[in-house]
Design a protein around this ligand. Structure first.
Ligand code: AMP
Length: 175
């Protein structure tokens, strides 16, 4: 079985979560399988350009594979979190979700001009969250050199929004 098949077999579809009409792609069964989780991290690492200085993980599932990948590649990891979770001075941005609206933020010193950042999350849906993260990072003067997701809901066309920042948009499994 290849990696895509293994991920497909592991992801659990939860209908009508968090609201009616949404099919939620639950990745928690992957986390119960350490070998599959490690394979995902390795696959992610293979696609990270050599000049990358930071991986920015989007709360909270973007931390799961993002931080292990950053450690493996010996590069920095920064946290993009929901409003009110980070202790130090922050910069923040409002954005629209597939379901509702949200505000994310990061520490003001998380990235700086000259940094080359990959934005990572478990899943790309409409792209709103990743775009907001990219705007935050760009506003601090860093460069977005890639986006990386485990799952892409390709029918929502989120990738189109991300092309404004870079053409390097990767996902392992597409639906
Ligand atoms: P979006 O901003 O629409 O691309 O949404 C991406 C964020 O919402 C990611 O952090 C995902 O984890 C989460 N998300 C959105 N839609 C789904 C879905 N159908 N299944 C699982 N997670 C989702």
């Amino acid at each position: 079985m290849d990696l895509i098949e293994k991920i497909n077999n592991s992801i659990r579809d939860v209908e009508d979560f968090p609201k009616k009409g949404i099919v939620f792609k639950d990745i928690t069964p992957i986390l119960k399988d350490p070998k599959l989780s490690a394979e995902i991290v390795s696959q992610f690492c293979e696609t990270i350009p050599e000049n990358t200085t930071h991986i920015a993980g989007i709360e909270s599932r973007g931390f799961l594979f993002g931080f292990p990948a950053a450690m493996k590649k010996d590069i920095s990891f920064v946290l993009i979190r929901k409003k009110g979770k980070l202790p130090y001075k922050t910069v923040s941005i409002n954005y629209a979700l597939e379901y509702g609206t949200a505000e994310i933020e990061m520490h003001v010193d998380a990235v700086k001009p000259g940094d080359k950042v990959i934005i990572h999350d478990d899943l790309l849906a409409t792209g709103g969250t990743a775009v907001a993260a990219a705007r935050l990072i760009k506003a601090q003067g860093a460069e977005i050199i890639g986006f990386s997701f485990v799952v892409e809901l390709a029918f929502l066309n989120g990738r189109k929004l991300l092309e404004e920042f870079t053409s390097d948009i990767k996902s392992i499994v597409k639906y």
